[in-house]
Ligand binder design. Sequence first.
Ligand code: 2AM
Ligand code: CA
Length: 264
Amino acid sequence: MDEKWHEIDTFAKKAIKEAGRKIVDSFDEVLKIQTKSNVNDLVTNMDKQIEKYFVEQIDKHYPDHRVLGEEGFGDQIQDMLGTVWIIDPIDGTMNFVHQQRNFAVSIGVFHEGEGKLGYIYDVVADELYHAQKGNGAFLNDEKLSPLKDVPIEEAIFSINATWLVPNRKVNHEQFIPLVHKVRGTRSYGSAAIELAYIAAGRLDGYISMRLSPWDFAGGKVLIEEVGGQLTDLNGEELSMVNNSHIFAGNPAVHQKVLKDYLNN
Ligand code: 2AM
Ligand code: CA
């Protein structure tokens, strides 16, 4: 990593911490809540305010960088040319609204399609997961270890109950043998936090459907930096401009589940 990326990393961390302070300060205010694609797909004034804050900061400091943001205040992004920031200002908005915890700011910075910087900030836990490509991944000041192999019987898997009952996006029956086999299942309601937990070895696998690039861009850089895998359900590379079903995991678990449980 050269000087330029160190400088961008310092700028990003400062902006993310500031965004976290703005979010915590908002807990005392009344949120304005709207719905998006369906009645359970929530957005608040804070999602919008925080994304606008990032877009303004990036435009001011790096006018030649582009931004792909969930709330649409960035640029229209159809390709990954140049430097692109992929931002989810609040991942886990339902948790933010109902629980005031278990949500995160998630950012991935890509250059010519390559993930360079990744951040997931669990605001209330004050856990900042960060990675610079080639320099390792960290949780606050602590370096994360490369992921060790875990037998499938001892794996903890994150999957939402939605995908284990009949649904419109995926055949739920394919996951039943997997859920029987693993040691335990969990669901946290924030893709970003679940990906950060994979990077930290707290979870060994995570499956979720129809996620957008801003849900997994930061997590991709983090997971790859500790030797983990993040692909679609066929083991193929994820697009950074389209939605995907995603499967993240410890390398041994990922390989075994793709072959033995997802018919690849
Ligand atoms: P969000 O909070 O940024 O919308 C919830 O299980 C996870 O799935 C969250 O990370 C949420 O991100 C993401 N998600 C993606 N698309 C969604 C949708 N249409 N409705 C609700 N959550 C969605
Ligand atoms: Ca969001």
